[in-house]
Design a protein. Sequence first.
Length: 604
Amino acid sequence: MAGRIPQAFIDDLIARVDIVDVIDRRVQLQKKGREYQACCPFHTEKTPSFTVSQVKQFYHCFGCGAHGTAIGFMMEYEHMEFIDTIETLAAELGIEVPYEQTSHSSSPNLSPLYEAMNTAVDYYQQQLKSHAASPSAVDYLKQRGITGEIAKHFLLGFAPPGWNNLSDQVSNTPQCQAMVSAGIISQKDNADNAQYYDRFRHRIMFPIRDKRGRPIAFGGRVIDSEDNPKYLNSPETPVFHKGNELYGLYEARQSIRHLERFMVVEGYMDVLALAQNGIQYAVATLGTAPNEQHLKILFRLVKDIVFCFDGDKAGRKAAWRALEHSLPLMMEGRQVSFLFLPDGEDPDSLVRAEGQQAFEARINQAMPLSDFLIKHIEQNIDSSTTEGNSRIAELAKPLVQKLPDNMYRELMVKKIADRVGLESDLIIKNLDLDAKRNDNSMNNNKNTTRPQTGINQNFNNPQKNIARTPVRLAIAILLQNPEYATNLNNAEALIEVNLPGMSILVEMIEFCHSKPNVTTAAFLERWRDTPAETHLGKLSHFSLPGDEESIKNEFIDVIEHLINLRTDNGRRAFLEQKHSTERLTDAEKLEYNQILMGITPDKP
Ligand SMILES: [Zn+2]
């Protein structure tokens, strides 16, 4: 994926997607007049103030100020990066994203690695079907109740016993080095006479796929119980970073169109057994404890995450670490809970023994994060005494402080207050949360970097701080009504007017002339990642009083006003700026003095 995406492709994409489709697929919209409405997905409200304009291809929330294009919505709502958003929207339209190949591009070409992975997946699948030694693997899977259908869904395979099955096949092919880089075969140190051997031997192979379904690594499980280690994973490679991946995520998304929850388990066989028994939303970390990155990935897709752990001491400890990683991501509507299994059971054995219904009943009764948190801190503390209760509040403090400042935290504080029999206010004071709140707002004020979105800017009063200058007014009207540029044939005169923002206005008019059917969204995407982005975002929902006709007249007036500026004020500012950096000619000095004295100078 070397290079950047050409701007022309993004222009084209934004012209082809319909923001109403994109948002309606995620937040159900109601048609209200010319626009669409819903309760805002970015803040809590009971009456809809989230508005989507099909004409402008733009959304805006009057409650919290959130606004943007279809691309911006996806980035915010799905918590996706820009490139992933473009890929997703393009895929929904069935078009391929072109990447500019730049010679100085530093990203290496990874396609040989993906191809090597595909070759290996095919090879291992073939061995599972036909290798003389494969019946032991097939028997193992059958004993665990895994059908051919599930084996195929997860691309299961078999690495035969012996050191040189796959490596002999590829050692003299161009794919050999990619196989080594992908961690499928290994190279002996011997440099002059390179020798290769298979990393995975006599194992059931579980391909690990990335979010687009491409195999990027393997997990291999032993068949003979004496073999070691029980599980062997691919090493870290340029395409595989185990801390960022979850086994079964792609398969779950394939199986369930509208995922509502994920359950995080520990092993490949747990994921398979659960899927085999109708629980298709299980994913497993890859030999690592669940981390914040895993949670972010899952919260992009669902609001409900259940962690499944052994009920023993080690399981509780691992669950507590998962809780600590969850805290910074908690907000209203999100739910994290913990399912502790009976001693000696894992999800694989348990779901096979008791079936889907009984297992899902356990999931539904999993312990909510808040209960687990309180239970954990109050262990070994006598909560019947005042001392005990203040100790509980003390222990809760660093945990509650990890929660973002939102409704979820308020509810958590309330819950702790109820538990220890104190008023929430006292707890808040005790937890020092007010102090933290102030710190946050100070940090926010100091933070002058470009915000990702307009959310929470000028809360409840999005128009505060925007002075209504003629250039801003012209830009705002044009942003919201790009068709007004069509009849503008004196725009080049504006270039001479030296006012802040004028170059953007001129570029916007030129953009409209170069492309048919420009929308508000097309402007915003054209100026994404430029210094003008934030201003344009605000101006795109700057409220313009009056009906369509009067706004159109206002636009004509303001453009005329700006063009006139080039003869006096604009000219004066231009000359002043020139004077500050270079010498004015005698004619210019005369002109400047005439302007100051109010004499209309001769046209230069
Ligand atoms: Zn909102």
